[in-house]
Each structure stands twice: as C-alpha cells, then as structure tokens.
Design a protein around this ligand. Sequence first.
Ligand SMILES: Cc1ncc(COP(=O)(O)O)c(C=O)c1O
Length: 325
Amino acid sequence: MLLPTTPVTTFSANWQRINEPLLHASNVELWLYCPTTIEPMISGNKWLKLQYHIKEIQQQQYQGFVTFGGAFSNHLAASAAAAKLAGITATAYVRADVIDLANPTLKYCLQQGMVLIVTDRQTYRRRQDADFLKVITKRHPNCLIIPEGGSSVFGAKGIATLDLYHTPAGPADVIATATASGGTLAGLIMAENITTRPLTEIIGLAVINDNALPQHVNALLATELTVTVPWRIVKTAPEQRYAKCPKEHIDFCCQFTLQHGIAVEPVYTGRALYKLYQQIQSGEFAAGSRISFFHTGGLQGVAGLYYRKLINRRQYQILSGVRAG
Ligand SMILES: Cc1ncc(COP(=O)(O)O)c(C=O)c1O
C-alpha cells in the first residue's frame, strides 16, 4: 500500500516573514519555512526524513522497520504515525527503564500500533555499533533499520528535496536549522549542492552537546557532494543538557508563539531560534542578510514537557495552542 501523497503537496506554501524590532534594527530579514502535513505528527522535518525509508520498505517488500529513540522522541511519534499510514509494522527500541503508559509520546506510539522495547542506557548507547545492529537485524528479519532521528542517507535525501534557498523575497544568504542527529542539516547541505548558485552559508544550531555531530554529518555527505557548500555547527546552549529547558528558552518560545502565531517549542526550534537571535544581536550577520530558518516541527513534545512538569499549565496552553480557561 502506498502512502497518500497529499502530505507532501502542502510542503512548499508555508513561508512566514518574522517582524521584530531586533531584525529591523540589525537590518536582517528572517523567514520561517514551516512544512505542514495532514498528519501533524509527521510535519516539520519528520515526513521528509521518513519518506525514502518508507519507499525503500515498499520496494524491498519489507514488513516494516525498527528504529530508536528516547521516551519523548518526536521521531518515534512520527515513525509510528507514518507506519500506520503506510500499513507497515513499526518497532522501536526506547531509551527508558519502563514503558510509562501515561507518557503522551509513548501512549501515542502504542495507539498507532508501534511495538516498544525497553532499552537501558548502556544498551541504547550501542545503537550505531555494527555488531549490535547485526543482532537487531537477526532479531527483526524483513525489517529496515532506521537510525535514531531518521538520520540516514535516505533521511538526508528526503530533506534535500526542500528548497530553503528561494524565500518569497529572494535568495537566502543564510539557511539555518536546529540540529541533533544531523540528518536534517546534511539534507539542507545536499540541497545546496548546486554549482550555479552563489554559496549560501548553512548553520546547524546544535541542541545537543555531541562533539561527534560534525562527523555524523560528514558521513552522510560523504558520497553526495560535488560542490563545496559552506556549513558550520553552532552550539545553542553548551551549558544546558539536551531537553533541559531553561526558563529563558521557555519564555522566548511563549513570547514568539504569541507574537507571531507560530508555535515553537524549547527543545529544538525555540532553542535554535533563541541562539539565532543572539547571533543577530551580536552582529554576526552582515546588514542586509536574509536568513531562511527551517521550522522542523516537534510540537508533539510539548505535552511531554508538561507531563514532566518542565513547563507550567499556562506555558503548555500557549505552546500547544490550547485556549486558557
Ligand atoms: C523538532 C525537531 N527539530 C530538529 C531536529 C533535528 O533533526 P536531526 O536529528 O535530523 O538533526 C529534530 C530531531 O529529529 C526534531 O525533532
């Protein structure tokens, strides 16, 4: 059974220019590219990273896939949704001590029919090791292995179908995105592998403190680039661990969401935008620069932040679009 094509067709229409005193004062234009799909769980970068995996599963006539993620992972929720739409099986190794049935992400995954396998931290760390993957392949014959975050060459190639270069106001000087497992950034770099374009800088705003991230990105790009595309990784908040949301990031997300009517969350997009604003403020981009920022979604995670009491009720209502009262 083929996935419905409708989600893909809506990807191109959602550009939004951000108007802020900071941007006017710095003479920097900021455009947000916001892909949406008919299934919110696969909006942002999610369906893009999954689409070629699903195609491969269909072509190879696998029964489904096995993947990996944390207990509140956007990738797990998206994979579960995509598998259900495609009519294939989904199994996930979840970094957790138990499957907490009240965790909104895992609850959703189970509702979609995903099989969840509790995986302790030590075992989970081996998720990219060749010998561990051999065991997984044996355990789940007839399944494609999708790496954590969907960050394989298939995932990057799906992202590379996007055009973040041509904003409605003209070509971008800078393309920026939140980055974690590296597939999204690699895909945006692949998309700029075009000789006829002036070189646009691509910035991955790293939401995790993983010194191996540049290696992961380079590995995905290894055989794909014919043009030298300038890219760099900038750490967003090196003193803050992944998914530990400081107050200033949460406040920023609430204010941004209320002001622009575009919800952003503090683990990925909001954390990345916060850093981008700091860069703009410190004059890192030349006057007249046009920045194209990829809104990668991730809003399913807001319920999990509230569940873990990392945001309060009011913040939850703002970020999830729930009306107060
Ligand atoms: C909302 C959101 N934004 C950005 C990213 C980072 O993408 P990547 O893991 O491909 O670097 C993720 C993780 O997939 C995510 O869930």
